[in-house]
Design a protein around this ligand. Structure first.
Ligand code: 0X9
Ligand code: ZN
Length: 438
């Protein structure tokens, strides 16, 4: 019990620093746009197996999204030529709106703001302001704090939602994380939508009231704020994915946060050791402050030897998928993930996908990843951890940059899936009538 108290007080104490740093952290990255210069988008068609898709992902090209028989990639002309020469079927795709075909083109948007047609998306400052308002409007249910600071010093926002939010109660805890990848702005809106919906539904919607009453819910709405801000720093989108941590000895910036986690880090060809690549895994596990501090927070929720967080969704875009561990192996089971656990992951994954129309599959069915968050959450803490790849399914529908008119429908689209995860959080194996385990 004393330990629980300490954790709550520590979290609440960080509220003030977040408020205080909102203005300071408005200092944006002023670096020039990344050398995305000669890159274009392509659909690589006829990739029928996970092995084929994993091989393309290992080419060093920037994988944007994909499905059962294709990947969409961002590649230089030379990379495209090489892929075509190796027999791959490439179709050129138009750039998403708001993304200048030629870097350096004047942009209609103000630096540091979203371009025309995207004003409904939230910058870091807009997000933190809005979170403060929600917390102020619902002081009994919503608490805003910070779980640390990004590489560039921005406070990393943390929202707790529960019926008696100031007290650490003994209830199943659920975590939602958004924005590990900078350019996936729709995911920030997803986490913000979760906060609004749970805060505003409490006391009026019986289902939400019950969920907020019976759970402690943590939301990390912008886990890579330096990257998210950099992506809009020039007034048009930069296609930025990684964090903004320099790589000593190179001119290359950034680590792919979703390759930097400590389970099977860099094990299996599902990430890159080249700092220039989009899937650079960093010099070591948790080398990025942004992943290390999520790890520390999740570790801090071990109370009495038991991880309090039981379920987790890490939101990404795009491809409309519900994915579960492991990503580092194409086997359904592995040491630490037995048959009943795999069936549980599948059952809840499929049930959630049935509510939003996404495709459910194991992470590695898309392509192999190592050092991804969901593998760590499960292997380290037995958190039932899912990746959602949100709208759309293709660059042709805007890729990472759908217009803001899509925000409402595409975030609401996940309401039932979010509720299902919250509802099962006390005993996820119940979904296959298996005993509740740790
Ligand atoms: O590559 C990723 O980290 C995620 N896709 S994204 O386009 N948003 O970057 C997918 C992670 C899920 N894991 C696997 N597909 N193995
Ligand atoms: Zn992503």
């Amino acid at each position: 019990m004393p330990l629980r108290r300490v954790v709550v007080i520590a979290a609440l104490a960080l509220f003030a620093p977040l408020a205080a740093t909102a203005a300071v952290s408005a200092a944006p990255s002023t670096a020039p746009p990344p050398p995305a210069g000669q890159q274009s988008n392509y659909r690589v068609q006829g990739l029928l197996t996970a092995l084929q898709r994993s091989e393309v992902a290992r080419e060093g090209v920037d994988v944007l999204g994909g499905g059962r028989d294709y990947l969409e990639v961002r590649a230089t002309a030379q990379q495209a030529d090489r892929m075509r020469a190796s027999g791959l079927n490439l179709m050129a795709l138009p750039a998403a709106p708001g993304v200048p075909a030629t870097p350096g083109l004047p942009s209609l948007a103000q630096a540091g703001q979203f371009p025309l047609g995207y004003a409904g998306y939230h910058t870091y400052a807009e997000l933190t302001d809005e979170l403060k308002s929600v917390a102020a409007a619902h002081p009994g249910q919503v608490a805003l704090s910070s779980y640390g600071r990004s590489y560039e010093g921005r406070a990393l926002p943390l929202v707790k939602i529960s019926d008696n939010v100031g007290v650490d109660q003994n209830k199943p805890e659920v975590l939602f994380t958004c924005g590990q990848h900078a350019r996936e702005h729709l995911t920030i809106e997803m986490c913000l939508h979760i906060v609004h919906r749970l805060a505003e539904g409490y006391g009026s919607d019986p289902g939400i009231t019950q969920l907020v009453h019976s759970r402690e819910i943590w939301v990390m709405p912008m886990t890579n704020p330096d990257g998210s801000e950099f992506d809009i720093a020039q007034g048009s989108f930069a296609y930025w994915r990684k964090n903004r941590q320099p790589n000593p000895g190179t001119a290359d910036i950034g680590t792919d946060l979703n390759r930097n986690w400590g389970t099977q880090w860099a094990c299996c060809g599902g990430s890159s050791s080249n700092p220039a690549d989009e899937t650079y895994h960093g010099p070591g596990p948790f080398s990025a402050p942004e992943t290390a501090q999520i790890r520390d927070f999740v570790n801090s929720r071990v109370i009495g030897g038991r991880e309090q967080i039981t379920a987790h969704i890490d939101f990404h875009t795009f491809s409309e998928l519900v994915l579960w561990p492991f990503g580092f192996t194409t086997n359904d089971t592995a040491p630490g993930l037995d048959g009943a656990e795999a069936r549980t992951f599948q059952a809840l994954g499929k049930a959630m996908a049935a509510t939003n129309g996404y495709t459910p599959e194991q992470e590695s069915d898309l392509y192999i990843t190592d050092g991804a968050v969901t593998d760590w959450m499960w292997a380290q803490h037995h958190v039932w951890s899912y990746t959602f790849e949100m709208y759309p399914t293709s660059e042709l529908q805007g890729g990472f940059y759908p217009p803001d008119t899509e925000i409402k429908s595409q975030t609401e689209r996940n309401d039932k899936a979010v509720d299902l995860l919250l509802g099962y959080a006390d005993c996820v194996p119940r979904i296959i009538s298996a005993p509740c385990s740790t």
